[in-house]
Write a protein that binds this ligand. Sequence first.
Ligand code: PMP
Length: 781
Amino acid sequence: MKSDNGPLFVHSARPNLPVERVAAILQAEWGISGELADVGGDRDQNLVVTTPAGTSWLVKIGQPGEVHGVLDMQLAALRHAAHQDPGLGIPPVIPKCDGEYLHALPADGGGAGWLRVFGYVAGKPIGTRPRPAALLRGVGGTMARLDRALAGFFHPYAGHDLLWDVRQIPALRPCALDIDDARQRDRILQIFDEFTEHVLPRLGGLRSQVIHGDATAENVLVADDRSAIAGIIDFGDVMHGPLVQELAVAMADTTSGLDTPWQGASHVAAGFDERLPLEDEELALLWDLARARLALTVSVLASRTVHRAEGAGSMESDMTAYQDQLKAFDAVGHNRAFRDLRRTLRLPEPMAVTGSGTDTETDRLVARREERLMPGLALFYPEAPLHAVRGEGMWLFDADGTPHLDCYNNVPHVGHCHPHVGNAVARQTRTLNTNTRYLYDSVLEYADRLAERFPGELGSVMFVNSGSEANDLAWRMARAWSGQGGALVTAGAYHGVTEAIAALSPYEAGNGAPHPHVAWISPPGGAAQASSRGDGGYAVDIDRAIDRLAASGYGVAATMIDPTLASDGILDAPAGWLNTVFARVRGAGGLCIADEVQAGFGRLGTAWGFEAHGAVPDIVTLGKPAANGYPLGAVVTTPAIMRVFAERTDFFSTFGGNPVACNAGLAVLDVLDREGLWAAAAEVGGYLRDRLAALGTRHETIGEVRGRGLFLGVELVTDRDSRQPAPKATARVALAMRRAGVLVGVEGPHANVLKIRPPIVCKHTHADLLVDALDRALESG
Ligand code: PMP
């Protein structure tokens, strides 16, 4: 049998050069003499020569028809890999006395072609003895290392055709006809046909390079105590082909005899993936490739048994093992194999795998969550929970692959799973992750880049890991600076989860009373209320609160204000309101903290929310959007305030400002800068607000449209005269929109405000989709 590109040596006999002849050549050409022992082989005649001093070499004698260029390619690949990664444990090629590596045998050479000599690699074949998961991972890891070493290798003969290459299946199909057992024959022919039709056409699009191509239980060597991989031998099947074929061979040929061979194969894949991450299409084809390799092996061995004088040679005894291995892989089936593989590799859940996204699967997740997590941890849309498996830009995809326009999440600020942020995190995670007690650039670069965005003296930065921690730290700084202990917050404020900050979060307190050291001030209210109260009304309210704190002995350490007034119901504060609060608090000796956890990084159409109010705080806290979902919080203040706090504490946050978080944060700033997103929210947000307001002419339930930039609230009321909140209708509308594929939230003390807070990459077309979905949801009541 011959392919278009050279002989395949399906049925050729192994050469059998007399030992004395080999000894004479070794002596004359290599200057080596010693005891010779035949060690078998599939296609080559292999002998080990051991000198009286105990050094061993491997002598390989090839088929007469072998092409010189192909052998030269194999040896060059070996030398290249050894040079690139000297620790791999691959056999050195021993040159002849004249510097050449190949010795041509004359035509009378007893049916033999070329002769070459290799150094002997210590270790024993991994074989079929027990192979723990760690050892199997080592197999994959070693092959990945070898492929990394071979990645830059080129040779004109690398494209030669090779018997054991699954891409030869169409040419080798007749071999399967020699299988005795009719059922097995039919099954293998079916596997071949499926492979030819569905898998082969996809291989051309995969990453390809020169690969070893023969990681079998005989060729992968382990240390004597079997604790680690010692080396990899036999470069006789080196070829140019899909990279993933390397792994498929290792998975098929080093896991035979295990209780669960496919599980073992998944460990091999995980080891490979750790060093050379697999691509989706490669993962999808691994099982098919491994199964095809086994089917090919069984067929070639069956055919050799029939057509070759010496039968299947040294592999004949393995025939049953190969048949069993094929059966084991075949029984797993593509879908389960793929699922197991992804689980072992710890890959994110795939979309549209049979069984996910169904009601039963969702119910199962809800039940597991209830049992394992904090009871009552609220889900969005309890009637139709969203099982999210992937995000991209403005879109969240559920387990069925259905896209949902995400108009609620401000954390994926520059879009879900932005590749620039993802790469920054992945690269830094693989390079260095440590803490701010060591020197590294990224923390300073990030602090500089943040500081240049702030006005006045706001230029001293400390990093933590969440909005709550940032607020907690800011609160401690204010108490240290002022020497006082009281706080002013808006009556519906939410600032975080630590005990100190929960006390500053009336939203958490429900209908409870303020803590004694906390005064709740009235939020400025909607546009309608604002005009009736006027500036004087707020000032009086704030002064009263300050007096109360003074009278109870706490004094005022700080006010903490979220410039979006989000949990107060997303309110439009009248011009000057924030400055009024700040001036009064400063007058009482307190500091002004802007909680920019929601408002920051351009959301309101200005870099920071306080700028939209024309005010300048003393301390700014950052969180949520800072690193697009990677945990990162920060406090920005003046050097003087920072110094006073530093003198009183030895504050240090283990994870705060770690290099991975800082690189994620830098990547977010890169995207904001490059795409001009710092101010983009003003334009799209203005358009969206106008369109939402226009809906008010069609829907009486819309009481008010509030907010600015890409932080908008649509208040729903029972009727416009009474302005009675309509929380039930609000929940219904939000659910109807979710069912229509648009995600918004519900906010406010009366839960009657639709909260619209999309990633800042929201465009006009997204705004249109949102408005149309809201229109329909309101229409259907
Ligand atoms: N401040 C504000 C205004 C917030 O909205 C939040 C979170 N919702 C926090 C602080 C707390 O942030 P984190 O959940 O990251 O601790």
